[in-house]
Design a protein around this ligand. Structure first.
Ligand code: IMP
Length: 431
Protein backbone atom coordinates (compact mmCIF):
# COMPACT_ATOMS: atom_id res chain seq x y z
CA UNK A 1 0.00 0.00 0.00
CA UNK A 2 1.69 3.21 -0.99
CA UNK A 3 -0.66 5.91 0.28
CA UNK A 4 -2.51 5.40 3.55
CA UNK A 5 -4.68 7.88 5.42
CA UNK A 6 -5.20 7.51 9.16
CA UNK A 7 -8.38 9.20 10.40
CA UNK A 8 -9.96 9.60 13.81
CA UNK A 9 -13.45 8.09 13.94
CA UNK A 10 -14.72 9.95 17.02
CA UNK A 11 -14.18 13.42 18.49
CA UNK A 12 -10.40 13.26 18.37
CA UNK A 13 -8.07 11.84 21.03
CA UNK A 14 -8.47 8.31 19.66
CA UNK A 15 -4.74 7.71 20.22
CA UNK A 16 -4.11 8.14 16.50
CA UNK A 17 -0.52 9.17 17.14
CA UNK A 18 0.43 5.76 18.46
CA UNK A 19 -1.04 4.19 15.32
CA UNK A 20 0.66 6.70 13.03
CA UNK A 21 3.92 6.10 14.85
CA UNK A 22 3.63 2.33 14.29
CA UNK A 23 2.73 2.71 10.63
CA UNK A 24 5.42 5.31 10.06
CA UNK A 25 7.99 2.54 10.52
CA UNK A 26 6.70 1.22 7.18
CA UNK A 27 6.47 4.65 5.53
CA UNK A 28 8.82 7.04 3.77
CA UNK A 29 6.80 10.22 4.22
CA UNK A 30 4.33 11.29 6.94
CA UNK A 31 2.01 14.20 6.16
CA UNK A 32 -0.15 16.48 8.31
CA UNK A 33 -2.82 18.06 6.14
CA UNK A 34 -5.20 19.96 8.43
CA UNK A 35 -5.59 21.51 11.86
CA UNK A 36 -2.78 23.19 13.70
CA UNK A 37 -1.31 23.18 17.18
CA UNK A 38 -4.77 22.47 18.59
CA UNK A 39 -3.80 18.80 18.13
CA UNK A 40 -1.92 16.90 20.79
CA UNK A 41 -0.33 13.70 19.52
CA UNK A 42 1.20 11.54 22.22
CA UNK A 43 3.82 8.94 21.33
CA UNK A 44 5.62 6.84 23.92
CA UNK A 45 9.04 5.57 22.87
CA UNK A 46 10.61 3.47 25.61
CA UNK A 47 10.82 5.70 28.67
CA UNK A 48 10.25 8.85 26.70
CA UNK A 49 6.90 10.48 26.07
CA UNK A 50 6.59 12.94 23.19
CA UNK A 51 3.57 15.18 22.76
CA UNK A 52 3.57 16.61 19.26
CA UNK A 53 1.22 19.40 18.26
CA UNK A 54 2.26 20.58 14.83
CA UNK A 55 5.20 18.46 13.74
CA UNK A 56 4.10 15.14 12.18
CA UNK A 57 4.84 12.01 14.23
CA UNK A 58 7.11 10.75 11.43
CA UNK A 59 9.85 12.97 12.84
CA UNK A 60 10.42 10.37 15.55
CA UNK A 61 11.50 7.78 12.96
CA UNK A 62 14.92 8.24 11.37
CA UNK A 63 14.68 8.04 7.60
CA UNK A 64 11.11 9.35 7.44
CA UNK A 65 10.39 12.77 5.91
CA UNK A 66 7.63 14.77 7.62
CA UNK A 67 5.51 17.20 5.65
CA UNK A 68 3.26 19.98 6.97
CA UNK A 69 0.82 20.44 4.11
CA UNK A 70 -0.98 23.48 2.73
CA UNK A 71 -4.15 22.69 4.71
CA UNK A 72 -2.45 23.13 8.09
CA UNK A 73 -2.60 26.46 9.92
CA UNK A 74 0.86 27.19 11.25
CA UNK A 75 1.79 29.24 14.26
CA UNK A 76 5.49 29.84 13.50
CA UNK A 77 6.35 30.74 17.08
CA UNK A 78 4.90 27.47 18.23
CA UNK A 79 6.46 25.47 15.41
CA UNK A 80 9.92 26.79 16.29
CA UNK A 81 9.41 26.05 19.98
CA UNK A 82 8.29 22.52 19.21
CA UNK A 83 11.28 21.98 16.93
CA UNK A 84 13.63 23.31 19.61
CA UNK A 85 12.09 20.99 22.24
CA UNK A 86 12.46 18.01 19.93
CA UNK A 87 16.08 18.90 19.16
CA UNK A 88 16.83 19.28 22.86
CA UNK A 89 15.60 15.72 23.27
CA UNK A 90 17.88 14.39 20.56
CA UNK A 91 15.39 14.26 17.67
CA UNK A 92 16.96 15.39 14.40
CA UNK A 93 14.70 18.06 12.98
CA UNK A 94 16.45 19.26 9.85
CA UNK A 95 15.19 20.71 6.55
CA UNK A 96 15.81 17.28 5.02
CA UNK A 97 13.41 15.73 7.52
CA UNK A 98 10.74 18.39 7.93
CA UNK A 99 9.15 20.28 5.05
CA UNK A 100 6.62 23.07 5.40
CA UNK A 101 4.23 24.04 2.63
CA UNK A 102 4.58 27.57 1.32
CA UNK A 103 0.80 27.61 0.89
CA UNK A 104 0.02 26.89 4.56
CA UNK A 105 -1.75 29.76 6.33
CA UNK A 106 -0.13 31.55 9.24
CA UNK A 107 -1.62 31.98 12.67
CA UNK A 108 -1.05 35.61 13.68
CA UNK A 109 -1.24 37.18 17.14
CA UNK A 110 -4.73 38.52 16.47
CA UNK A 111 -6.02 35.01 15.65
CA UNK A 112 -5.00 33.77 19.08
CA UNK A 113 -6.48 36.84 20.77
CA UNK A 114 -9.75 36.73 18.85
CA UNK A 115 -10.14 33.01 19.56
CA UNK A 116 -9.93 33.45 23.34
CA UNK A 117 -11.73 36.82 23.53
CA UNK A 118 -14.65 35.60 21.44
CA UNK A 119 -15.00 32.45 23.56
CA UNK A 120 -14.87 34.49 26.78
CA UNK A 121 -17.57 36.82 25.52
CA UNK A 122 -20.06 34.04 24.69
CA UNK A 123 -22.61 33.54 27.44
CA UNK A 124 -24.02 30.36 25.87
CA UNK A 125 -22.71 28.19 23.10
CA UNK A 126 -19.03 28.30 24.02
CA UNK A 127 -17.27 25.84 21.71
CA UNK A 128 -14.53 25.15 24.23
CA UNK A 129 -11.78 25.81 21.68
CA UNK A 130 -8.14 25.19 22.46
CA UNK A 131 -7.52 28.95 22.21
CA UNK A 132 -4.76 28.49 19.64
CA UNK A 133 -6.33 30.79 17.02
CA UNK A 134 -7.40 27.94 14.75
CA UNK A 135 -10.96 29.10 13.92
CA UNK A 136 -10.07 32.77 13.27
CA UNK A 137 -7.15 31.71 11.04
CA UNK A 138 -9.30 29.39 8.91
CA UNK A 139 -12.00 32.09 8.82
CA UNK A 140 -9.47 34.52 7.32
CA UNK A 141 -8.36 31.88 4.84
CA UNK A 142 -11.94 31.51 3.62
CA UNK A 143 -12.51 35.27 3.66
CA UNK A 144 -9.35 35.59 1.54
CA UNK A 145 -7.70 37.84 4.08
CA UNK A 146 -5.28 35.20 5.36
CA UNK A 147 -1.51 35.40 5.11
CA UNK A 148 0.46 32.40 3.94
CA UNK A 149 3.95 31.09 4.66
CA UNK A 150 5.07 32.15 1.17
CA UNK A 151 3.96 35.73 1.99
CA UNK A 152 5.97 35.71 5.19
CA UNK A 153 9.16 34.95 3.28
CA UNK A 154 8.84 38.18 1.34
CA UNK A 155 8.88 41.15 3.73
CA UNK A 156 7.13 43.55 1.34
CA UNK A 157 4.26 41.18 0.69
CA UNK A 158 3.96 40.30 4.36
CA UNK A 159 3.83 43.95 5.41
CA UNK A 160 1.33 44.85 2.74
CA UNK A 161 -1.03 41.93 3.50
CA UNK A 162 -0.80 42.67 7.19
CA UNK A 163 -1.44 46.38 6.62
CA UNK A 164 -4.58 45.43 4.70
CA UNK A 165 -5.82 42.94 7.30
CA UNK A 166 -4.99 44.59 10.62
CA UNK A 167 -7.34 47.62 10.72
CA UNK A 168 -10.44 45.40 10.76
CA UNK A 169 -8.94 43.18 13.45
CA UNK A 170 -8.11 46.24 15.55
CA UNK A 171 -11.70 47.47 15.33
CA UNK A 172 -12.81 44.13 16.72
CA UNK A 173 -10.10 44.08 19.38
CA UNK A 174 -10.72 47.63 20.56
CA UNK A 175 -14.42 48.24 20.07
CA UNK A 176 -15.86 44.82 20.72
CA UNK A 177 -13.43 43.36 23.21
CA UNK A 178 -11.84 46.44 24.80
CA UNK A 179 -8.36 45.14 23.99
CA UNK A 180 -5.48 47.36 22.98
CA UNK A 181 -4.80 47.46 19.24
CA UNK A 182 -1.87 45.64 17.61
CA UNK A 183 0.64 47.36 15.36
CA UNK A 184 1.93 46.30 11.97
CA UNK A 185 5.50 47.11 12.95
CA UNK A 186 5.49 44.95 16.05
CA UNK A 187 4.05 41.96 14.18
CA UNK A 188 6.43 42.43 11.24
CA UNK A 189 9.42 42.56 13.57
CA UNK A 190 8.32 39.44 15.45
CA UNK A 191 7.37 37.44 12.36
CA UNK A 192 10.41 38.39 10.29
CA UNK A 193 12.47 36.76 13.02
CA UNK A 194 10.47 33.56 12.55
CA UNK A 195 10.72 33.87 8.77
CA UNK A 196 14.49 33.55 8.85
CA UNK A 197 14.31 30.46 11.00
CA UNK A 198 11.60 28.62 9.09
CA UNK A 199 12.76 29.59 5.58
CA UNK A 200 15.02 26.51 5.18
CA UNK A 201 12.01 24.22 5.75
CA UNK A 202 9.71 25.88 3.26
CA UNK A 203 8.98 24.23 -0.08
CA UNK A 204 6.25 23.56 -2.60
CA UNK A 205 4.99 20.41 -0.90
CA UNK A 206 2.63 19.61 -3.77
CA UNK A 207 5.64 19.16 -6.03
CA UNK A 208 7.48 17.17 -3.35
CA UNK A 209 4.54 14.84 -2.69
CA UNK A 210 3.66 14.19 -6.29
CA UNK A 211 7.29 13.29 -6.99
CA UNK A 212 7.39 11.07 -3.93
CA UNK A 213 4.30 9.28 -5.16
CA UNK A 214 5.76 8.86 -8.67
CA UNK A 215 8.90 7.39 -7.11
CA UNK A 216 6.78 4.80 -5.30
CA UNK A 217 7.43 6.24 -1.84
CA UNK A 218 5.07 5.10 0.90
CA UNK A 219 3.07 8.09 2.09
CA UNK A 220 1.16 8.14 5.35
CA UNK A 221 -1.35 10.84 6.24
CA UNK A 222 -1.81 11.71 9.87
CA UNK A 223 -5.22 13.32 10.34
CA UNK A 224 -5.64 15.56 13.37
CA UNK A 225 -8.81 15.69 15.51
CA UNK A 226 -11.62 13.26 14.58
CA UNK A 227 -14.40 12.94 12.01
CA UNK A 228 -17.11 14.14 14.41
CA UNK A 229 -15.14 17.40 14.75
CA UNK A 230 -15.00 17.86 10.95
CA UNK A 231 -16.22 21.32 9.90
CA UNK A 232 -18.61 19.89 7.28
CA UNK A 233 -19.56 16.53 8.69
CA UNK A 234 -19.15 16.86 12.44
CA UNK A 235 -21.46 18.09 15.19
CA UNK A 236 -21.54 21.66 13.89
CA UNK A 237 -20.98 24.24 15.38
CA UNK A 238 -19.17 22.21 18.05
CA UNK A 239 -16.40 21.26 15.68
CA UNK A 240 -12.95 22.37 14.69
CA UNK A 241 -12.51 24.54 11.60
CA UNK A 242 -10.98 22.04 9.18
CA UNK A 243 -11.84 18.78 7.44
CA UNK A 244 -10.74 16.19 9.97
CA UNK A 245 -12.37 13.41 7.92
CA UNK A 246 -10.50 11.73 5.05
CA UNK A 247 -11.24 14.55 2.61
CA UNK A 248 -8.86 16.90 4.43
CA UNK A 249 -5.95 14.67 3.42
CA UNK A 250 -6.47 15.52 -0.25
CA UNK A 251 -7.26 19.22 -0.15
CA UNK A 252 -4.74 19.82 2.60
CA UNK A 253 -1.83 18.25 0.75
CA UNK A 254 -2.75 18.57 -2.94
CA UNK A 255 -2.94 14.82 -3.44
CA UNK A 256 -5.64 13.45 -5.70
CA UNK A 257 -8.32 11.30 -4.00
CA UNK A 258 -7.39 8.70 -6.63
CA UNK A 259 -4.00 8.28 -5.02
CA UNK A 260 -5.36 7.08 -1.67
CA UNK A 261 -4.91 3.33 -1.43
CA UNK A 262 -6.20 2.70 2.06
CA UNK A 263 -8.09 4.47 4.83
CA UNK A 264 -7.46 3.30 8.38
CA UNK A 265 -9.95 4.44 11.00
CA UNK A 266 -8.73 4.75 14.56
CA UNK A 267 -11.42 4.00 17.10
CA UNK A 268 -11.04 4.17 20.85
CA UNK A 269 -12.81 1.22 22.55
CA UNK A 270 -15.06 3.76 24.28
CA UNK A 271 -15.82 7.38 23.42
CA UNK A 272 -14.40 10.68 24.65
CA UNK A 273 -14.93 14.31 23.83
CA UNK A 274 -13.15 17.42 25.05
CA UNK A 275 -14.83 20.79 24.80
CA UNK A 276 -18.55 21.45 24.43
CA UNK A 277 -21.14 19.88 22.18
CA UNK A 278 -23.54 16.96 22.00
CA UNK A 279 -22.34 13.57 23.19
CA UNK A 280 -25.24 11.08 23.22
CA UNK A 281 -23.42 8.25 25.03
CA UNK A 282 -21.75 10.42 27.68
CA UNK A 283 -21.43 8.93 31.17
CA UNK A 284 -21.66 11.71 33.70
CA UNK A 285 -21.47 9.65 36.91
CA UNK A 286 -18.94 7.36 38.54
CA UNK A 287 -18.47 5.17 35.47
CA UNK A 288 -17.42 8.18 33.43
CA UNK A 289 -14.94 9.11 36.17
CA UNK A 290 -13.60 5.60 36.18
CA UNK A 291 -13.00 5.59 32.43
CA UNK A 292 -11.32 9.00 32.72
CA UNK A 293 -9.00 7.79 35.47
CA UNK A 294 -8.25 4.38 33.92
CA UNK A 295 -7.70 5.86 30.48
CA UNK A 296 -5.92 8.99 31.74
CA UNK A 297 -8.34 11.02 29.69
CA UNK A 298 -6.93 14.51 30.02
CA UNK A 299 -6.29 16.70 26.98
CA UNK A 300 -2.73 16.53 25.61
CA UNK A 301 -2.93 20.17 24.47
CA UNK A 302 -4.97 21.87 27.18
CA UNK A 303 -4.90 19.36 30.06
CA UNK A 304 -8.70 19.57 30.27
CA UNK A 305 -10.50 16.46 31.57
CA UNK A 306 -12.14 14.62 28.70
CA UNK A 307 -15.80 13.68 28.85
CA UNK A 308 -16.15 9.89 28.63
CA UNK A 309 -18.90 7.55 27.43
CA UNK A 310 -19.84 4.26 25.78
CA UNK A 311 -19.19 3.19 22.24
CA UNK A 312 -21.67 4.77 19.85
CA UNK A 313 -22.59 2.49 16.92
CA UNK A 314 -24.87 5.10 15.33
CA UNK A 315 -21.99 7.56 15.03
CA UNK A 316 -19.63 4.70 14.11
CA UNK A 317 -21.71 3.58 11.10
CA UNK A 318 -21.96 7.19 9.91
CA UNK A 319 -18.23 7.81 10.21
CA UNK A 320 -17.29 4.50 8.57
CA UNK A 321 -19.38 5.24 5.46
CA UNK A 322 -18.28 8.84 5.28
CA UNK A 323 -14.58 7.99 5.27
CA UNK A 324 -14.76 4.73 3.32
CA UNK A 325 -12.81 3.01 6.06
CA UNK A 326 -10.88 -0.06 4.88
CA UNK A 327 -9.42 -1.20 8.19
CA UNK A 328 -9.52 -0.35 11.86
CA UNK A 329 -7.09 0.30 14.64
CA UNK A 330 -8.86 -0.15 17.99
CA UNK A 331 -7.09 1.64 20.81
CA UNK A 332 -7.21 1.55 24.61
CA UNK A 333 -9.01 -1.78 24.78
CA UNK A 334 -7.10 -2.43 28.02
CA UNK A 335 -8.89 0.50 29.71
CA UNK A 336 -12.19 -1.43 29.70
CA UNK A 337 -10.81 -4.26 31.87
CA UNK A 338 -12.66 -4.66 35.15
CA UNK A 339 -16.04 -3.47 33.91
CA UNK A 340 -18.61 -6.18 34.44
CA UNK A 341 -20.84 -5.05 31.58
CA UNK A 342 -20.24 -2.82 28.60
CA UNK A 343 -23.00 -0.92 26.83
CA UNK A 344 -23.05 -0.17 23.13
CA UNK A 345 -25.45 2.43 21.77
CA UNK A 346 -27.18 0.95 18.72
CA UNK A 347 -29.87 3.59 18.05
CA UNK A 348 -31.12 6.93 19.36
CA UNK A 349 -34.57 7.68 20.74
CA UNK A 350 -35.67 11.24 20.01
CA UNK A 351 -37.76 13.34 22.39
CA UNK A 352 -40.84 12.72 20.23
CA UNK A 353 -40.47 8.98 20.74
CA UNK A 354 -38.95 8.03 17.36
CA UNK A 355 -36.07 5.60 17.06
CA UNK A 356 -33.35 6.69 14.66
CA UNK A 357 -30.48 4.63 13.33
CA UNK A 358 -28.79 7.34 11.30
CA UNK A 359 -26.67 10.14 12.72
CA UNK A 360 -28.80 13.31 12.99
CA UNK A 361 -27.55 16.54 11.42
CA UNK A 362 -29.34 18.67 13.99
CA UNK A 363 -27.29 19.55 17.03
CA UNK A 364 -30.50 20.16 18.96
CA UNK A 365 -31.67 16.62 18.19
CA UNK A 366 -28.29 15.17 19.10
CA UNK A 367 -28.35 17.07 22.38
CA UNK A 368 -31.70 15.60 23.37
CA UNK A 369 -31.60 12.00 22.10
CA UNK A 370 -31.40 9.06 24.49
CA UNK A 371 -29.21 6.16 23.54
CA UNK A 372 -30.75 2.71 23.01
CA UNK A 373 -28.18 0.29 24.38
CA UNK A 374 -27.22 -3.33 23.97
CA UNK A 375 -25.32 -4.95 26.76
CA UNK A 376 -22.06 -6.71 26.10
CA UNK A 377 -20.18 -8.83 28.66
CA UNK A 378 -17.08 -7.23 30.14
CA UNK A 379 -13.84 -8.90 31.22
CA UNK A 380 -11.68 -8.83 34.32
CA UNK A 381 -8.29 -9.69 32.83
CA UNK A 382 -5.52 -7.15 32.39
CA UNK A 383 -4.92 -6.94 28.63
CA UNK A 384 -1.75 -4.88 28.67
CA UNK A 385 0.51 -7.90 28.12
CA UNK A 386 -1.50 -9.41 25.24
CA UNK A 387 0.38 -9.56 21.95
CA UNK A 388 -2.04 -11.72 19.97
CA UNK A 389 -5.79 -12.01 19.65
CA UNK A 390 -5.63 -15.48 21.16
CA UNK A 391 -4.32 -13.96 24.40
CA UNK A 392 -7.46 -11.85 24.79
CA UNK A 393 -10.42 -13.09 26.80
CA UNK A 394 -13.44 -14.26 24.76
CA UNK A 395 -15.47 -11.20 25.76
CA UNK A 396 -12.78 -8.82 24.46
CA UNK A 397 -12.54 -10.72 21.17
CA UNK A 398 -16.29 -10.65 20.79
CA UNK A 399 -16.27 -6.88 21.51
CA UNK A 400 -13.77 -6.44 18.66
CA UNK A 401 -16.04 -8.47 16.33
CA UNK A 402 -18.92 -6.20 17.29
CA UNK A 403 -16.79 -3.17 16.36
CA UNK A 404 -15.97 -4.80 13.01
CA UNK A 405 -19.69 -5.31 12.34
CA UNK A 406 -20.54 -1.72 13.23
CA UNK A 407 -17.74 -0.24 11.14
CA UNK A 408 -17.95 -2.81 8.30
CA UNK A 409 -14.17 -3.11 8.34
CA UNK A 410 -11.64 -5.56 9.79
CA UNK A 411 -9.59 -4.76 12.87
CA UNK A 412 -5.90 -4.81 11.89
CA UNK A 413 -4.39 -3.21 14.97
CA UNK A 414 -5.36 -3.44 18.63
CA UNK A 415 -3.61 -1.23 21.14
CA UNK A 416 -3.47 -2.44 24.75
CA UNK A 417 -1.19 0.22 26.25
CA UNK A 418 0.78 3.33 25.34
CA UNK A 419 4.10 1.62 24.52
CA UNK A 420 4.97 0.74 20.94
CA UNK A 421 5.08 -2.97 21.71
CA UNK A 422 1.76 -3.01 23.58
CA UNK A 423 0.11 -3.73 20.28
CA UNK A 424 -1.55 -6.61 18.49
CA UNK A 425 -0.97 -6.58 14.73
CA UNK A 426 -3.77 -8.88 13.63
CA UNK A 427 -2.47 -11.51 11.25
CA UNK A 428 1.14 -10.70 12.19
CA UNK A 429 0.92 -11.49 15.86
CA UNK A 430 3.98 -12.25 17.92
CA UNK A 431 3.54 -15.52 19.76
P1 IMP B 1 -10.36 24.50 18.06
O1 IMP B 1 -9.91 23.44 17.10
O2 IMP B 1 -9.29 24.96 19.00
O3 IMP B 1 -11.05 25.63 17.37
O4 IMP B 1 -11.49 23.84 19.01
C1 IMP B 1 -12.74 23.41 18.51
C2 IMP B 1 -13.19 22.13 19.18
O5 IMP B 1 -12.37 21.05 18.75
C3 IMP B 1 -13.09 22.14 20.70
O6 IMP B 1 -14.16 21.37 21.24
C4 IMP B 1 -11.77 21.46 20.97
O7 IMP B 1 -11.72 20.87 22.25
C5 IMP B 1 -11.79 20.40 19.88
N1 IMP B 1 -10.46 19.98 19.48
C6 IMP B 1 -9.56 20.65 18.75
N2 IMP B 1 -8.44 19.93 18.57
C7 IMP B 1 -8.65 18.77 19.19
C8 IMP B 1 -7.87 17.58 19.32
O8 IMP B 1 -6.74 17.45 18.81
N3 IMP B 1 -8.44 16.56 20.04
C9 IMP B 1 -9.69 16.67 20.56
N4 IMP B 1 -10.45 17.75 20.46
C10 IMP B 1 -9.94 18.78 19.77
Amino acid sequence: MSTVVVVGTQWGDEAKAKVVDLLSEESDVVVRSQGGNNAGHTVVVGREKFILHLVPCGVLRPGVVSVIGNGVVVDPKYLLEEMADLRARGVHVTPERLILSERAHLILPYHRLLDTLSEERKADGKIGTTGRGIGPCYADKMARTGIRVVDLLDERTFRSRLTAALPEKNVLLEKLYGHEPLTVDAIVTEYRGYAELIAPLVADTQVYLSRARDEGKRILFEAAQGTLLDIDHGTYPYVTSSNAAVFGACSGSAMSPKSIDKVIGVLKAYTTRVGSGPFPTELTGGLGERLRENGQEFGATTGRPRRCGWLDAVAGRYVARLNGIDALAVTKLDVLSGLEKLQVCTAYRTDDGKTVNTFPSSTRVLETVQGVYEEHPGWEEDLSGARSLSELPDAARSYLRLIEDVMSAPVEIVSVGPERDQTIRVGREKR
